[in-house]
Design a protein around this ligand. Structure first.
Ligand code: FE2
Length: 187
């Protein structure tokens, strides 16, 4: 897996700064999850996280939600980049594609995607808006506040438990991962 090439693809296909930060955030969480669940595939997991939303600026997904993910695979195949495991996870992260969650990496990205936005939303309500100030217990507490960051899919985040990791551990892992790239995230 060539991260340099993946970064070029990000630059080429993603225009919104918000989405680029989101891509880095999901990469960081996927890298830490790989160390825990499939260390031999750390680069694959990280780069799959980095590229999972590559097509978001390309198609009107409100009209065609099932295309999000599939279009990314088209781009990656044209570029001769990635492998079938990566393609499967990228499609499975959007359940509208109809691709089922099967592998550990599928499960990991399904849970990692929403927790990054959730942690960002929590950071932004801290007085200093710094991710270094965020505590794991605030993540746990906010999970039960259904109106807070309502778009963050709680069920998807909690589904990490199917890999044998508690939600608390996952929250801690994701927070640490994102804290490690706070400058890149502007948080
Ligand atoms: Fe995403």
């Amino acid at each position: 897996m060539n991260r340099e090439k993946a970064l070029e693809l990000i630059k080429e296909h993603i225009t919104s700064e918000h989405l680029i930060k989101h891509s880095f955030a999901v990469e960081s969480v996927m890298r830490e999850l790989a160390k825990r669940f499939e260390p031999e595939n750390e680069e694959l997991w990280a780069i799959t996280g980095l590229l999972h939303d590559l097509d978001v600026d390309q198609v009107d997904y409100r009209a065609n939600p099932e295309l999000h993910g599939k279009k990314t695979i088209e781009i990656l195949k044209q570029e001769n980049f990635g492998n079938e495991e990566m393609y499967h996870s990228i499609c499975a992260h959007n359940q509208d594609t109809g691709v089922r969650i099967e592998s550990k990496m599928d499960r990991a990205i399904y849970a990692a995607d929403p927790i990054t936005g959730f942690i960002t939303a929590i950071t932004l309500v801290y007085p200093d808006k710094k991710i270094s100030s965020v505590k794991v217990k605030s993540i746990i507490k906010r999970m039960d506040e259904v109106r807070f960051a309502a778009g963050a899919n709680r069920e998807a985040m909690r589904s990490i438990e199917q890999l044998g990791m508690s939600f608390n551990e996952f929250a801690e892992l994701a927070l640490k991962a994102m804290q490690g790239i706070s400058e890149l995230l502007g948080l």
